[in-house]
Design a protein around this ligand. Structure first.
Ligand SMILES: C[S@@+](CC[C@H](N)C(=O)[O-])C[C@H]1O[C@@H](n2cnc3c(N)ncnc32)[C@H](O)[C@@H]1O
Length: 276
């Protein structure tokens, strides 16, 4: 694949990507297209971005569109990322849901990447239940979604190597919540059993997910335009049960996009609660 992409092709590719998944490429990011698509184009025997764009415009083969989106997403993640959201869950949110008498807690990890976020939520539930064994948090369901089919496949496999586990899992948690399998670590059944994975583009309707009590939408809105952030946050607000909670990434905010939430500043960081 040639490393120079014409300005016209760049503009067309940017439009394709933004329309398909919301990801906004800034100026001068041609190198990102080259570094992320070279392998795919070689495999597909496509010589240039011009040719790729004309195939995408014709709309088939359909797998190519998904593969391009997959290659262009940033999937960086880790266990207990930023720590505070998970402290907030076990120290504030779960006790509040318990005292409100919620019988089944439904949690959506809306950009779950390779699974660390939903499994971390599930480990947090396991830890909470050790202290509060009769809590209805026991009946939680975690719906984990992403747009990337390859990330969802890794997440479902639920096996990680030592280096990946080393990014946020202590020895004690490794012992309690993982099983050794060859030279890898498998997520324990107790953690896995409440998590289900499926594909969901955040730009599309959330109706099939049903009503939720807690939404994690972390480190994905940063890639989107202000209009997309507004639209996504407002539709997430509509998907929550009364008093439901929203967690964003450490560098993300709702300010300027929606007024549907109250900001909760707790010792465990900032999160949001749907206004009454
Ligand atoms: C940087 S990762 C964040 C993972 C995790 N939430 C965390 O904070 O560690 C961003 C994820 O968003 C996903 N993503 C990007 N655009 C999306 C879209 N339109 N719909 C759903 N997921 C999307 C990517 O595939 C990627 O796995």
């Amino acid at each position: 694949m040639p490393t120079n992409i014409s300005q016209l092709d760049y503009e067309h590719f940017k439009t394709f990507l933004e329309d398909a998944c919301g990801i906004l490429l800034g100026e001068g990011k041609q190198y990102l297209i080259v570094s992320r698509l070279t392998k795919l184009l070689r495999e597909e025997k496509i010589a240039t971005v011009t040719e790729l764009l004309s195939i995408l415009k014709r709309g088939h083969p359909r797998h190519l569109r998904a593969a391009v989106i997959d290659a262009m997403t940033t999937n960086e993640t880790s266990w207990f990322r930023d720590r505070t959201p998970f402290d907030a869950l076990t120290k504030s949110v779960f006790p509040e849901l318990d005292s409100n008498g919620v019988r089944q807690v439904r949690i959506w990890s809306s950009a779950c990447s390779s699974g660390q976020e939903p499994y971390t939520i599930s480990i947090s539930i396991e830890e909470y239940l050790r202290a509060a064994p009769t809590s209805s948090v026991k009946n939680s369901q975690i719906v984990a979604t992403d747009i990337s089919a390859s990330m969802l496949a890794e997440a479902k496999l639920a096996e990680y190597d030592n280096a990946i586990l080393g990014r946020g899992i202590s020895d004690e948690r490794k012992r309690l919540f993982f099983k050794a399998k060859d030279d890898r670590w498998q997520v324990a059944d107790s953690v896995k059993q409440r998590v289900s994975f499926s594909e969901q583009n955040l730009l599309l309707d959330y109706g099939r997910l049903g009503k939720l009590d807690i939404i994690f939408c972390r480190n994905v809105l940063i890639y989107f335009s202000a209009e997309r952030k507004t639209d996504i946050l407002q539709r997430m607000a509509k998907s929550l049960n009364p008093g439901g909670y929203l967690f964003l990434g450490a560098s993300e905010t709702i300010r300027g996009y929606t007024e549907a939430f109250d900001m909760i500043r707790s010792p465990h960081g900032t999160y949001y609660r749907l206004k009454a």
